[in-house]
Write a protein that binds this ligand. Structure first.
Ligand code: M6R
Length: 369
């Protein structure tokens, strides 16, 4: 039931605030994180010396965001691997490796095979999954469910923000168990995390119709590029994937620092480029680097659309379009920055008269390898 929305995707994007709130629910008490599903697993988390995150598609981009959080708060080395690439080589893993799988459906065959393989090699496995009783969680030592609710549209939206939320919780939990995050820091971060759903709601209220209008004007666009740094990089990749899936146009995401190593050759007058701008308050250095990347592409004629924090005036002289997001802690920006990109992809698909919920050639759950 679309509940009055024009598509399941429109409904599911509107549910992004709840997807985050429901994934946090019952796991933060007065600023203290406790994930009941992970009770009794302290030994497991104390016995690991590295983490490998495995997933496919959008779930893998959530995993890339999770890498920053896991490394920052657990001080463990973290790699993110596409499940199908991980499975068919001879990865160096063992009893002290924690393999975190991420899957909305819990049935993705590539991810399932990778989890089974990791277990056979003696690795510990935690699954982040949105579907109760699915196969992947059954094959894992522990499960952290995302509570995004059923996701019907083939393109993943609310499950993505829920996956990132679950990864933050997992990272903070493991950090507390291992003593790499202080109680005070964890509390401060938990409270910031709790403020995210209302901030997503604000983006939907203030920016959605403007972004849809803007997508409408861009209906004839044949190629869109996305740039980001740090946690903005996986968000650039996610923005590009959504546009490929929903609007069938060429879209690519790049790490902004990679521009001068090749992709800048693609910039010609009129080329639309979305840039995810990190918060100037949180990292003046990263922010300055991204602003300088914007200047580089603008000088070559790019049409620059920035996703930037409210109040960030430094981007104004170089942006053709500014999509605003509220202030968040540095780690939590992805949960906000992705929302305009989901709206944009949906808007462009609608403007082109395409089926937003069921794009051609795609299945919701990929149960073959
Ligand atoms: O069910 P899963 O989370 O395991 O699915 C993984 C990918 O197949 C999925 O995220 C896919 O990339 C979506 N179509 C993205 O919108």
């Amino acid at each position: 039931d679309k509940g009055g929305w024009p598509s399941f995707m429109a409904k599911e994007v509107s549910e992004e605030p709840e997807a985050v709130a429901n994934t946090l629910r019952g796991r933060i008490h007065d600023g203290v994180i406790r994930i009941p599903e992970l009770d009794g697993l302290d030994e497991l988390f104390l016995g690991i010396d590295r983490v490998i995150v495995i997933a496919c598609g959008t779930a893998a981009y959530a995993g890339m965001v999770g890498k920053y959080a896991l490394e920052q708060w657990t001080r463990l080395p973290v790699d993110v691997e596409l499940a199908h690439e991980f499975r068919y080589r001879d990865p160096v893993i063992g009893a002290s490796t924690l393999v975190v799988s991420i899957s909305q459906s819990g049935e993705t065959m590539d991810t399932l095979m990778a989890v089974k393989y990791a277990r056979e090699q003696g690795a510990k496995t935690v699954s982040i999954c949105n579907t109760q009783g699915a196969t992947i969680p059954r094959e894992s030592d522990a499960i952290v469910y995302t509570h995004a609710g059923p996701e019907v549209a083939v393109a993943s939206t609310k499950a993505f923000v829920a996956q990132i939320t679950a990864l933050y919780l997992l990272a903070l939990h493991v950090g507390r168990v291992r003593g790499t995050v202080s109680a005070a820091t964890a509390e401060e971060l938990a409270r910031e995390l709790e403020s995210v759903p209302a901030k997503i709601s604000r983006i939907l209220e203030t920016e959605q119709s403007r972004i849809e209008q803007f997508a409408h004007w861009m209906a004839d666009t044949r190629s869109v590029l996305f740039l980001g740094r740090h946690v903005g990089y996986p968000i650039a990749l996610e923005g590009a994937l959504k546009l490929k899936e929903l609007a069938y146009i060429h879209a690519e995401g790049f790490a902004a620092g990679e521009l001068k190593h090749g992709p800048i050759a693609l910039i010609e007058p009129g080329q639309p480029v979305f840039v995810i701008v990190p918060s100037p308050r949180e990292s003046a250095l990263l922010h300055a680097k991204v602003v300088s990347n914007i200047q580089e592409i603008r000088a070559r004629g790019a049409r620059v659309i920035v996703v930037a924090e409210e109040g960030d005036a430094a981007v104004l002289p170089f942006a053709d379009e500014v999509l605003r997001i509220p202030l968040a802690g540095p780690m939590f920006e992805p949960l906000l920055a992705v929302v305009p990109l989901h709206i944009f992809a949906m808007g462009l698909s609608t403007a082109k008269g395409l089926d937003v919920d069921q794009p051609r050639n795609l299945a919701k759950s990929v149960t073959v390898e």
